[in-house]
Design a binder for this molecule. Structure first.
Ligand code: ADP
Ligand code: MG
Length: 680
């Protein structure tokens, strides 16, 4: 990339902030523009603000004599081609290229790439990465070949790596972002006051964007990331400020529930409500009776029984003749809430509907009609409930479950769209008060401290060495006793939803004695219907072991499940592991959470072994990882606002809030641009 003159047609005013601007970039037609938009990148500006997942440093080439001594290692080598041999075995093939440098020689193996057969010539210089294996002497299985068009990065250089999203590859995104920098970076004005930037040690937006995508050094790149994150925070704070100001005159329907009706509704539950649940319900009752829209955050550890509180509020709304929406971050969770509450709702005489993306169009139409006519009082779904074609006749209340999974930006848009509706947000991830105030503005907070009685504790073990070998036998024994178990294979990264890892584990377990107890597999790539079917088999106990990705992290509730195995636990954060193990220990018996994970995560895994209190774990997580993760700034999946960054510290957050508060013009500027993330 030479960073020279602008290619293609001249840049026009306004292009930076218009969807048309994307079409002027090389390789972007309507189809790719639509994909970008779906990933939250609707304009060149949003593209410039795409924060790379990480940086890759160009590695040095290892001498061939040294490479030979490192079986199993993935490394980079360079050398001259001295000869090659191509062989075929049926549909497979192997090209063996002899490579030599000043220190020695080594064969490079290209499997099943017959088109490379005529590719090399004697004396040619090769630069490549591969894995050292033993193949009649040390050899290198080629993984990545540097070419003229696409050379391996020079030693020591920094290359940004972007998260693949919406079917756009990291390589394409890199290419595209660079083109956008070339074309548009110079157009970026600096809205922040110089003094404030200096205090926070931030570069200008224009400098930051160049350094973000064409890194020159690690410190400069880190400062650039902070500036870009700050940009997102300014936008977010502007929207929060508008909401705060706007909500002064907002009015919501008053829902009056007298104590007698309160108790009638409580009697529909299959259990005695805990004191904490009763207290929370009493608070909600007061909130709902007012015309000021409720904005309440209910915090309670996993398994503390938040669903019942949310369900009570929905019953209360329905009993007043109004409508309520119960939103979950995933379709799976929405389906599960509906399933587990259906008996209760029936007793209370409330007929719910489920509105998710995977309904057939005729079912969806029927549901929409019923909701629009007010014939249905309670709707379960994801944030898609606030999509354009859903019209409620008398919506009075939204319950947003596992709100931390929605991400700050999305949540703030949900609340904006439901301005004159009461909102109850629920979360298992507590955050410190200072941060809550900054992020949630005027949310009131209620804590649910105790857990329902009669629940066994979850014992957590990090399995090492020989214990791992005994895992399958131990698990078999439990399954034979009728205890059910989860086996979680985490998602690896944004590119790979983990479905493959889970599928492989499932296949392997099918060939073990565990299989006779019934196995099921769920992951995010299955259709909602298929997933529902499989989960239902597990819920009914027809399958005793459920292999799953972290799609089951939140909400899934199967009381007979007593064991959870988490593979590659080192890939998951503390809070996430705590959430996951909240899936077991929901019944009376003792429950186990068995962690398999690398020694690098020893501190985290040992903390989980000794501590079962979500609040304590959250505090620890905060101490170790900074604010960003905990505050839900980090969303599942791609986040075009760049908020999934840990470098978003409290300093930036407070500075953004002050800047936006004190400066109406600045606020208007950010509001006029609108959010750069996808509309919820
Ligand atoms: P979370 O707070 O994690 O959302 P849930 O609402 O899913 O927790 O509740 C966890 C489990 O506890 C569910 O199986 C639920 O039926 C049960 N539960 C909730 N409240 C009570 C209660 N008061 N008594 C007994 N069981 C309860
Ligand atoms: Mg829950």
């Amino acid at each position: 990339m030479n960073g020279s003159a602008v290619r293609g047609r001249a840049v026009t005013d306004g292009e930076l902030d218009s969807p048309q601007g994307l079409l002027a970039l090389p390789g972007v037609g309507p189809a790719r523009a639509a994909r970008l938009a779906a990933a939250g990148i609707a304009t060149p500006r949003a593209l410039l603000m795409l924060v790379p997942l990480r940086l890759e440093r160009g590695e040095p080439a290892v001498a061939l004599s040294a490479a030979r001594e490192r079986p199993g290692a993935v490394l980079r080598v360079a050398g001259q081609v001295s000869s090659w041999r191509f062989s075929r075995f049926g549909r497979r093939s192997l090209l063996r290229v002899a490579l030599a440098d000043a220190t020695g020689a080594m064969d490079v193996l290209f499997f099943n790439q017959p088109w490379l057969r005529e590719r090399f010539h004697k004396g040619e210089h090769l630069d490549l990465r591969g894995r050292v294996v033993d193949s009649g002497g040390a050899a290198l299985v080629a993984l990545q070949l540097g070419t003229q068009a696409c050379p391996l990065p020079p030693e020591g250089s920094l290359t940004p790596v972007y998260a693949a999203s919406a079917g756009l590859s990291p390589a394409f995104l890199r290419h595209l972002v660079r083109a956008a920098v070339e074309r548009h970076a110079a157009q970026l004005d600096e809205p922040m006051a110089a003094q404030q930037r200096a205090r926070l040690e931030l570069p200008t937006l224009c400098e930051a964007v160049r350094e973000l995508h064409l890194p020159s050094s690690l410190p400069a790149h880190t400062a650039a990331r902070r500036r870009v994150v700050m940009e997102a925070l300014l936008g977010l704070q502007a929207r929060l400020a508008r909401r705060r100001l706007g909500s002064r005159d907002a009015r919501a329907p008053t829902l009056a529930v007298d104590p007698q009706r309160r108790d009638e509704l409580a009697r529909c539950f299959p259990f005695e409500l805990t004191l904490g649940q009763r207290a929370a319900i009493e608070t909600l009752r007061a909130d709902l009776a007012r015309a000021v829209p409720m904005r309440r955050l209910l915090q309670g550890d996993v398994g503390s029984g938040k669903t019942a509180v949310g369900a009570w509020a929905c019953l209360a709304a329905a009993s007043c003749g109004a409508q309520a929406a119960f939103m979950a971050p995933t379709e799976l969770l929405a389906e599960q809430h509906l399933a587990s509450l259906s008996a209760l709702l029936e007793r209370a005489g409330v007929r719910p509907v489920l509105l998710t993306g995977s309904l057939t169009s005729s079912a969806r139409r029927a549901a929409l009609e019923a909701v629009g006519a007010g014939a249905v009082r309670l709707v379960f779904g994801t944030h898609a409930l606030f999509s354009e074609d859903v019209r409620f006749a008398r919506l009075a209340l939204t319950v947003i479950d596992e709100q931390q999974r929605f991400g700050v930006a999305q949540r703030s848009r949900l609340l904006e769209k439901g301005r004159d509706v009461h909102a109850l947000l629920m979360t298992a991830t507590p955050i410190p008060r200072s941060l809550a105030l900054t992020l949630y503005g005027d949310l009131d907070v209620t804590l649910l401290r105790e857990k329902p009685p009669g629940r066994g504790a979850v014992r957590t073990r990090w399995l090492r060495g020989s214990e791992r070998a005994r895992l399958l036998a131990g698990l078999e024994q439990r399954l034979a006793q009728g205890i059910q178990a989860y086996w979680v294979v985490p998602r690896i990264d944004a590119e790979d939803s983990g479905a493959q890892g889970a599928e492989q584990r499932f296949e392997r377990l099918l060939r073990t004695p565990l299989a006779r107890h019934g196995l099921e597999l769920v992951h995010g790539r299955q259709s909602a219907e298929e997933r529902g079917r499989r989960l239902e088999r597990f819920r009914r106990g027809e399958a005793r072991l459920l292999v799953a990705t972290t799609v089951i992290e939140v909400g899934v509730d199967v009381p007979r499940a007593g064991v959870m195995v988490v593979e590659e636990a080192h890939r998951l954060g503390l809070a996430q592991l705590h959430q996951l193990r909240g899936r077991v220990g929901r019944g009376a018996g003792e429950a186990w959470c068995l962690l398999l994970g690398a020694r690098s995560a020893a501190e985290r895994l040992e903390l989980l072994e000794r501590c079962d209190d979500g609040f304590q774990i959250a505090e620890e997580d905060l101490r170790r990882r900074g604010m960003g993760d905990l505050a839900g700034l980090r969303q599942a999946g791609a986040n075009a606002e760049g908020l999934d960054e840990l470098e978003c510290d409290l300093d930036l957050l407070l500075a953004a809030r002050d800047a936006v508060h004190g400066d109406e013009a600045l606020r208007e500027l950010y509001l006029s641009r609108g959010p750069s993330a996808p509309e919820g």
